[in-house]
Design a protein around this ligand. Structure first.
Ligand SMILES: [Zn+2]
Length: 311
């Protein structure tokens, strides 16, 4: 399974449960006052209300309390798992959990059957969901399958992601930016050209003498919108190529900021990352977060979250 499916959100209270799953262990809270086991995670004992709970490892031995077979996907993202066997299981400690059964034939499922845990690694970060299977099954871990691993690459080494492969498209989403582009010098000539074109000839951009005396930057600075459009002269090295679409539309920007000015004569460079991917009625929406920086400056001069539609 891959991470484009909605995942449970760990809270401060439930974090130990999710953290343990990453380490292929199940931890439950037990009450120090009445010895009762507690699930879902909370601050107080669900038996005696004492605020005195300790996380403890348990085996995950369980029995099937009830189940249903969902033949229509509960959400479109779960189509590849159909039919899903949605189950409630009772752990040996007495608590019940909602889960899914994996690795069992529908005909072999019986209420009361003995179950064991399966640790399902759902993303590259190691996030793990708790499934269950029959005690007779060999299954104990479902390892993360990188949906990009077996895709073809183009002559530039970019992974070619078909527009129809939602799992692979979602695997492009990352916190890591691409390598820096080649730098470009933003000289006064470029700034003057943009002033003529746009009509914005404010002295802070176009009058080096006055700017030397009066500008807080001690020099003229480029228009924010100039630096933004210079992105086209800073070719990005993205690790992917989306293939199999008819049109690609630039739909504008979700967010555009100019946090740091670019003085005349400075060098700029850019990098980008895929911030999100979503399937919408307008087509596949990809948000490419592009940052332009002065060379060797940690703060961006432009933050532009480009909205691109493929269809
Ligand atoms: Zn208690």
């Amino acid at each position: 399974m891959s991470s484009f499916k909605p995942l449970p959100l760990a809270t401060k209270i439930s974090m130990p449960f999710w953290q343990a799953l990453k380490e292929q262990s199940i931890q439950l809270q037990q009450c120090n006052s009445c010895d009762g086991w507690v699930f879902f995670p909370r601050n107080h004992c669900s038996h005696c209300l004492a605020h005195d709970l300790t996380w403890k490892p348990v085996s995950g031995d369980a029995t099937l309390y009830t189940y249903t077979v969902a033949r229509v996907p509960t959400m479109a993202e779960f189509k590849d798992e159909s039919p899903q066997i949605l189950a409630v299981v009772t752990l040996k400690e007495g608590v019940r959990m909602n889960t899914t059964l994996v690795g069992v034939q529908e005909k072999d499922i019986m209420v009361g059957m003995h179950l064991k845990p399966v640790f399902d690694q759902v993303d590259v970060k190691g996030n793990t969901l708790l499934r269950f299977t029959s005690v007779d099954s060999d299954l104990s871990v479902l390892e993360y399958q990188d949906p990009l691993a077996n895709l073809a690459r183009n002559s530039q080494g970019q992974v070619q992601v078909p527009i129809t492969n939602l799992a692979a498209l979602n695997a492009l989403v990352t916190d890591e930016f691409s390598p820096w582009s080649e730098p470009l010098t933003v000289d006064q000539g470029l700034i003057n050209g943009f002033a003529d074109l746009s009509g914005d000839d404010y002295w802070i951009h176009t009058d080096p003498e006055k700017a030397a005396k009066e500008s807080p930057f001690g020099t003229t600075i480029a228009h924010g919108s100039l630096v933004q459009v210079l992105q086209s002269r800073l070719p990005l090295t993205l690790p992917y190529e989306i293939v199999g679409f008819n049109t690609m539309v630039n739909y504008g920007s979700d967010r555009l900021r100019f946090p740091t000015p670019v003085p005349a004569g400075a060098r700029i460079q850019s990098r980008a990352r895929v911030k999100s991917v979503a399937s919408t009625h307008k087509g596949l929406q990809l948000i490419l977060e592009v940052h332009i920086h002065l060379v060797d400056n940690d703060r961006p001069s432009v933050i532009n979250e480009l909205v691109i539609f493929y269809r």
